[in-house]
Design a protein around this ligand. Structure first.
Ligand code: DGJ
Length: 381
């Protein structure tokens, strides 16, 4: 009897300890750049990600990276995590799995799947994932966008198709006379003033008119009226395009515009505040960080006005060693937005870190300041 009591005491103590352990393990603050463990204690694997808020839960989708340099290629697929507080994330598994190597599928193992974003279509009840796709063994030449759908936020997502946006369609902010120009890249010296002018006047848009426009780094944005937009780096990463999606979010409506011609922007991320749209991007330096840029517009289709580098303080010139991927509106807090960025580790892709920072608004501009550690009370200041 005595020994049974002893055993019970031992079990009770072990249980209490385990509870205390799991409580203390709960994340209570963001620690940009540090290892960020999921609820199982494993570093979160959702790079170049984006967040969907649906039915009271946040879902984080991102690139599932693996070890080493090859880990930048899609060896597994797109990860999904869920959370109620944006701090503690439960791994939901692989939302979109790559197809078998050698299958010839566009998303076969070893292709490049980057910056996946998921939106929910109220009319069809479908979850729609768009991502940047590069075909296996073709470097970054394919420059395609692709989509997959699911009936459930966490997946499994079924691959639908890959495509280049808007073939045989001109942007809405494009002069008639530019459509007829015949000058080609070969006749121009790269990065000369004349070349920049020609890029702004559609040099690459005309080149890619038949095939559809190039589409690399990307984000999605759903406006208050339910219309969705795809923003991507096009024209050899020189110019961002914003393209309206069809009502079912499964294609392009044909309405699109250019943003910052020849501005060399990647990594677009959007938020809306007081009826204005804000866009944060990076420059183009591969996996290396560079200074972020920001823009504002009254209409998503532009015109967009440059607001300069949103980062301030030490490390601002390299966006605190990170590159934007998404901006999350915090539910239940007015005007609380989190800037999500990646600190890439190209030599060991799986070790990439996340830099999440609160966005401050100062004189109508988004401002990012480094924080070693911060929590939601930041927004109450
Ligand atoms: C920068 C992009 O933002 C990343 O998503 C990735 O495509 C790297 N370039 C590849 O070098």
């Amino acid at each position: 009897m005595k020994s049974l009591f002893g055993l019970l005491v031992i079990f009770a103590c072990a249980y209490t300890n385990a509870q205390a352990q799991s409580l203390s393990d709960k994340h209570r603050a963001f620690q940009p750049g540090e290892i960020w463990t999921d609820t199982e204690g494993v570093h979160i694997n959702a790079h170049g990600g984006g967040i969907l808020f649906h039915g009271g839960t946040y879902y984080w989708f991102g690139e599932h990276k693996t070890d080493g340099r090859t880990g930048n290629r899609a060896m597994v697929g797109v990860s999904c995590y869920s959370s109620n507080d944006l701090l503690n994330w439960k791994r939901e598994g692989v939302a979109l799995a790559v197809h078998e190597e050698g299958s010839g599928s566009d998303i076969e193992k070893g292709s490049v799947i980057e910056r996946p974003k998921v939106i929910y279509n109220e009319k069809t009840g479908k979850f729609v994932m768009w991502f940047h796709l590069e075909l296996k063994d073709q470097g970054y030449n394919a420059a395609k966008t692709a989509l997959a759908t699911s009936d459930h936020p966490t997946g499994p997502y079924e691959f639908q198709k890959s495509l280049r946006p808007n073939p045989e369609t001109w942007p809405i902010n494009f002069k008639k006379s530019w459509k007829k120009k015949t000058i080609t890249e070969k006749e121009l010296e790269g990065w000369s003033d004349e070349w920049k002018k020609e890029v702004a006047e559609g040099l690459f848009i005309r080149r890619d008119f038949q095939t559809g426009q190039m589409a690399r780094d990307m984000t999605l944005y759903v406006d208050d009226d339910g219309k969705a937009y795809h923003i991507y780096s096009a024209e050899e990463n020189l110019t961002l395009h914003i393209a309206e999606l069809t009502e079912d979010y499964l294609g392009f409506s044909g309405k699109w515009a250019v943003i910052e011609p020849a501005g060399h922007n990647e990594a677009p991320a959007v938020f809306k505040k007081d009826g204005k749209y804000y866009l944060i991007t990076s420059g183009c330096t591969g996996w290396e960080p560079n200074a972020a840029r920001s823009f504002v517009a009254d209409d998503l289709m532009g015109p967009w006005t440059s607001l300069g580098n949103p980062a301030v303080g030490e490390g601002a010139d390299l966006t605190f060693d990170s590159q934007s991927t998404f901006i999350v509106p915090v539910q239940g807090k007015k005007d609380a937005f989190i800037f999500m960025a990646d600190r890439w580790r190209p030599e060991n892709a799986i070790d990439g870190r996340y830099v999440w920072l609160p966005i401050q608004m100062k004189d109508g501009r988004p401002v990012l300041e480094w924080q070693d550690k911060w929590d939601f009370s930041y927004f109450d200041k």
